[in-house]
Design a protein around this ligand. Structure first.
Ligand SMILES: *[C@@H]1O[C@H](CO)[C@@H](O)[C@H](O)[C@H]1NC(C)=O
Length: 306
């Protein structure tokens, strides 16, 4: 046995001067297995440096502020805003009442109804201010007003419309150079007060309100809606809005510790795979007798047996 070991040693170091091919192979192999995962996760990190994605269920409340524009068959438009009478001239005001029915069993759903004494309605625009709350959206996790615009049109004069409006969080980067500006937690203008009709009735208009909302790069918007119109004509119009916030995936900045943890996990994942492949490759190469010293050793052993 000792002799066998000595033979192995002799073969490794005396066969060729300097580093033998198998030793060089092993050193390069180990370096590849250790360094390649680092290079890979470095390149992965270029894309998503410190982002974590998680699922959250935001909470929804109505701010009791909204502006409803009704368009009639004769081409007129009338305006209603609960509690803000002086938003429009007297001749442009619509006579309406509103009810808000929060669904206490389901915090991300709310129903708002408008009953108006306006006939022959063929379209509406509704600017609703809904208050949203979500972990990390604002630091203190307080409710923040978001403008949700819904509009729909019908071919026929109608007495009612019922709309399901789906709301989602949008995260837009301010520029290519600032990809992290799209990540939660929201800061600055993203959590600044909304341009509510009650605050400045003389200045409020749909265009300015939309500009104010879309200046935010992390905001809630309507993603889509469906409306069922009921045709008819009795001098009244009823609009029912069902707002719904689905559980959504959000992207936020990872804390330092969790990014270290993720990098370590990424490294170990690649390292394990490379180490496994390298190990199998070694087995295969030795079995095939690719390494001259090893086949020489076998020959010596055979010779000794004989
Ligand atoms: C929206 O308008 C309000 C009230 O004028 C203002 O305080 C706020 O900064 C504005 N937000 C943005 C994002 O422009």
């Amino acid at each position: 046995m000792l002799l066998w070991r000595r033979n192995l040693k002799i073969n490794h170091f005396s066969y060729s001067k300097g580093l033998s091919f198998p030793l060089l192979y092993l050193i390069i192999g180990f370096l590849v297995v250790l360094v390649l995962p680092l290079l890979i996760i470095y390149h992965v990190d270029q894309v998503n440096s410190s982002i974590t994605t998680d699922f959250v269920a935001p909470e929804l409340q109505h701010s009791k502020e909204s502006v409803l524009l009704l368009h009639t068959f004769s081409g007129e438009s009338v305006i209603y805003s609960p509690g803000v009478a002086d938003l429009a001239d007297l001749s442009d005001r619509a006579l309406c009442s509103t009810t808000i029915q929060p669904d206490y069993s389901y915090l991300s759903r709310i129903k708002v109804s408008y009953s108006c004494s306006v006939g022959d309605v063929i379209g509406f625009e509704l600017y609703s201010y809904l208050k949203m709350k979500m972990p990390g959206f604002s630091k203190e996790s307080e409710f923040i007003n978001q403008l949700i615009l819904t509009s729909d049109y019908s071919n026929n004069p109608s007495i009612s419309a019922e709309t399901n409006s789906h709301i989602r969080l949008n995260q837009f980067a301010t520029s290519r150079e600032h990809p992290n500006s799209a990540l939660l937690p929201a800061k600055g203008v993203n959590i600044s007060p909304a341009f509510l009709p009650s605050v400045s009735p003389s200045l409020w208009n749909g265009e300015e309100a939309l500009k104010n909302q879309t200046r935010r790069n992390i905001r809630f918007d309507e993603s889509h809606h469906q409306t069922r119109w009921t045709a008819g004509s009795d001098g009244s119009f009823q609009l029912t809005m069902n707002y719904e916030l689905a559980t959504m995936s959000v992207q936020r900045e990872a804390s330092t510790w969790s990014s270290i943890k993720y990098r370590f996990i990424q490294y170990m994942a690649f390292f394990t795979v490379f180490a496994f492949v390298f190990d199998k490759l070694n087995d295969f190469l030795f079995q095939c007798g690719v390494f001259a010293s090893f086949s020489k050793l076998e020959k010596i052993n055979q010779f000794k047996k004989d």
